[in-house]
Design a protein around this ligand. Structure first.
Ligand code: ADP
Ligand code: ASP
Ligand code: MG
Length: 488
């Protein structure tokens, strides 16, 4: 583990103890062996006052979701069978990681959690529908379970860890499945619950991803939301740093699942990382960066299977000369064309956006002309209803199965050659559009989803691999970029 990282100076701020927030993702907590790896990592951070955010164990959230869907479709028996499997897995991991004695203190809380889940599946089956509210209650159980088991495993390893109920601290709005914190109340509750524990030298452990409304109805922050929790908690407590422990060596030049040649990016600006997450890099939840950036808290993405690695450092001014940092692909995008029956007067525009908002759509504007708008959305579920509601004002058409491919880097737009290189290299591909948004940090374009993977690999070869040889970036001191920023 990097000592330099350990010795980062603390930020100034009002909290008495400025912790290091360490978020462990699902694969970093998949079984007892993974939990023991996490414990070894935390032991290296004791001087920095660790505070832990735990994701659900690997795949648990997906399994809960599948069980909820099965129950909603009338397959309650199948849903209960998978719940029983989940119960056996959690009990086994708890026993292995916490040992028989400490396991006794977990037996009842685990049993009661699974009893409640069983009742919940029954209610979903009776309703015949997995409503967003049911979904939040169901999916959040993964983090409730892991965050109970982890402190017991820490205690078994001699660490003074305490479970803190994240649902009692993170107060959110009622936008189920995509909730947003009510910042003032959340900060107040986090500080009052966590600061005393930290001052006593304890290690608080909170489940990520979960919160509750002010009426205590469970909510979630959107899939992958534990990263966001880490940043919310880090900002509330003026953390010295936020560490996202995952299953890759940091942020890479692209998703290694799409392109195995992807390489680690040593450092990034907050804005670059936010763009990268926004444009689909699963390694960070899209909302993660904002709270850390507001408080200027460095964020590190690190590999729990390779804790000696340097990872990626995300800071305000990374001080490198890289033109381009990474290529992302956001799959499952739908393009919506909204054509005004007459013209797009301001009141018609307002009406259009209000209708989309009523259906809880977050929109990206692709292009606008006098008579029409092109929008990007990530679900087409409510589009028939929206088309119906806008009848008479505008005609709505859409195309599914698109992917948004994006080149991200602080200086990417200042190099016009990059766009022309993309066009040259992809002259055989139907590129729907290069988005020219306000940001200088990205160039993005829309392609058929079926082509996206191949395209990412081709772009990666073009912009990164050829330069690996010329600039020997495997030394990692001159990463994936050409110093001075000129591209030929
Ligand atoms: P965790 O369970 O730790 O939250 P995730 O699966 O949410 O982990 O995120 C890590 C995954 O993100 C990696 O395994 C990788 O496939 C994917 N990923 C996508 N884009 C990138 C990228 N640019 N750099 C690193 N990982 C990426
Ligand atoms: N367990 C949640 C999910 O799979 C949140 C997270 O892992 O960050 O989406
Ligand atoms: Mg994640």
């Amino acid at each position: 583990m990097s000592e330099a990282a350990e010795q980062q100076p603390a930020q100034s701020g009002p909290a008495a103890v400025q912790p290091v927030v360490m978020k462990f993702g699902g694969t970093s907590l998949e079984d007892a062996a993974a939990i023991r790896r996490a414990i070894r990592i935390v032991k290296h951070r004791l001087r920095s006052r660790p505070l832990i955010i735990a994701s659900a164990f690997a795949e648990v959230t997906d399994q809960l979701l599948a069980a909820g869907k099965a129950a909603a479709q009338g397959e309650l028996h199948a849903a209960r069978v998978s719940l029983e499997e989940l119960q056996r897995r959690h009990e086994q991991v708890a026993l292995d990681a916490a040992g028989p004695e400490l396991y006794e203190s977990l037996r009842l809380p685990l049993q009661s959690e699974f009893q409640q889940l069983d009742l919940l599946l029954g209610s979903i089956a009776s309703a015949g529908e997995l409503t967003p509210r049911f979904q939040d209650q169901l999916l959040g159980a993964g983090e409730c379970l892991s965050s109970r088991i982890v402190p017991a495993a820490f205690a078994q390893a001699g660490l003074d860890a305490v479970w803190v109920d994240a649902r009692a601290c993170l107060v959110t709005d009622a936008a189920h499945t995509q909730a947003t914190p009510l910042w003032e109340e959340t900060n107040r509750r986090l500080q009052s619950a966590l600061a005393p524990l930290l001052s006593e030298g304890k290690i608080p452990v909170l489940g990520g991803f979960i919160g509750a409304t002010s009426d205590s109805i469970p909510t979630t922050l959107g899939r992958g939301g534990s990263d966001f929790t880490a940043s919310i908690v880090g900002a509330a407590l003026h953390a010295s740093r936020i560490e996202i422990w995952t299953d890759v060596d940091g942020i890479l030049t692209t998703d290694p699942k799409l392109c195995p040649e992807a390489r680690r990016v040593p450092s990034m600006s907050f804005e670059e990382a936010a763009d990268l997450a926004y444009f689909g890099a699963k390694v960070l939840h899209p909302a993660t960066i904002a709270p850390a950036m507001r408080k200027n808290i460095p964020v590190f993405v690190l590999n729990s299977r390779n804790p000696e690695g340097k990872g990626t450092e995300i800071v305000a001014h990374p001080g490198d000369e890289c033109v381009m940092k990474a290529i992302t692909a956001k799959m499952g995008v739908t393009v919506v064309d909204v054509e005004a029956v007459r013209w797009l007067a301001p009141e018609i525009l307002r009406e259009i956006f209000e209708v989309f908002e009523r259906h809880q759509y977050s929109l990206d504007l692709l292009s606008a002309s006098r008579g029409s708008l092109s929008l990007l959305v990530t679900s087409s579920d409510a589009l028939p209803k929206i088309a119906e509601e806008l009848k008479g004002l505008a005609n709505v058409r859409w195309e599914n199965h698109k992917a948004l491919v994006c080149l991200v880097g602080e200086k990417v737009r200042r190099q016009p050659e990059i766009a022309s290189q993309v066009f040259r290299a992809l002259s055989d591909v139907d590129l729907r559009m290069i988005c020219q948004g306000a940001s200088e940090r990205n160039i993005s374009f829309l392609v058929a989803e079926s082509q996206a993977e191949d395209l990412v690999r081709r772009l990666h070869r073009l912009f990164f691999q050829s330069r690996f040889d010329r600039y020997s970036i495997s030394s990692a001191s001159q990463p994936m970029c050409q110093a001075g920023g000129s591209w030929q």
